[in-house]
Write a protein that binds this ligand. Sequence first.
Ligand code: AOF
Ligand code: ZN
Length: 356
Amino acid sequence: MRRALELARRGAGRVSPNPMVGCVIARGGRVIGEGWHETCGGPHAERNALAACTEDPAGATLYVTLEPCCHWGRTPPCTDAILERGIARVVVGCTDPNPLVDGKGVRLLREAGVEVETGVLEQECWRLNEVFFHFIQHRTPFVVYKYAMTLDGKTASASGDSRWVSGEAARCRVHEVRGQLSAIMVGVDTVLADDPLLTCRIPGGRDPLRIVCDSRARTPLDSRLIQSAGEIPTIIAAVGWNERAAALKKAGAQILLCGERDGRVDLRELMRQLGARGVDSILLEGGTTLAFAALEAGIVRKVQAYIAPKLLGGSTARTPAGGQGLARMADAWRLTGLTAEPVGEDFLLEGYLPCS
Ligand code: AOF
Ligand code: ZN
């Protein structure tokens, strides 16, 4: 399964909106075929592995990171291919939450007499396609709330200096993530304070769609975002039409009108609208107010906190999420599946929040 995971990753950036899937066929501890899902619309991992077999796979074991499909999509069902070639045993990483599959692939194989084992390296297999799995179930973007802070929890000094909290390796990693997710979202206060460009600045990287939560359409016409809106798609999410919105539209931005909640953009509605446009993932990058609002609205699925080995102090120094905050410790949002990983001189802590 580890090898199948490795193979699956080769599909990165090529299979979207499909999941990355890898497959290994083995007999008696010997690998006789390998394959992965290479392009959206192309054959699935199982069919590629079966086609690559160096001997007849009848009676062999097939390891696959995702439950084999049993439906006709752009390609025929993998379960048919598995049965036709006489595979005796199938080992599955995680279930395919696609409502067209969702356990039916495993059931069909079992009913046909194939021995099926599920849940092998399940967490790794699930994480590999967390965006796909979320989007296919909810049709709203998978939101990653990312921030960098000092070990004492500050995102800037008391005087407002924030360049840079984290080291070069961590900043480089953020650009990689920007290239992997569909969109990046900030609050208008971040645009007013930092005038960010929000592009992916690694060689060969792809720029994400840029979204500004800007209820009153205050994004300046001369901001770097709007100046580049002709080349890089830019959405201003506002609550009503006004002259500024009209001018931003003329300058190349798309204006998305949403309902209002507490004087701000209704984030849950915004997520539904973006999902309907096919935006499957968002990196939430800035604004302490927006961060808290996003947590409160329950739209955040994953948290990525880069922690720098630095101390700043300062009772007025900014922290990652501001807003009103929660009153009681017992009500705190609790992450699950927490992992920690050194990235250069910093640590990256990642965890998940449940759907609400
Ligand atoms: C598998 N193996 O390698 C992949 C699967 O339009 P299609 O035919 O490509 O079907 C896409 C759906 O098939 C996708 O939404 C997901 O549920 C599943 N992907 N399944 O057995 C694979 N890529
Ligand atoms: Zn399939």
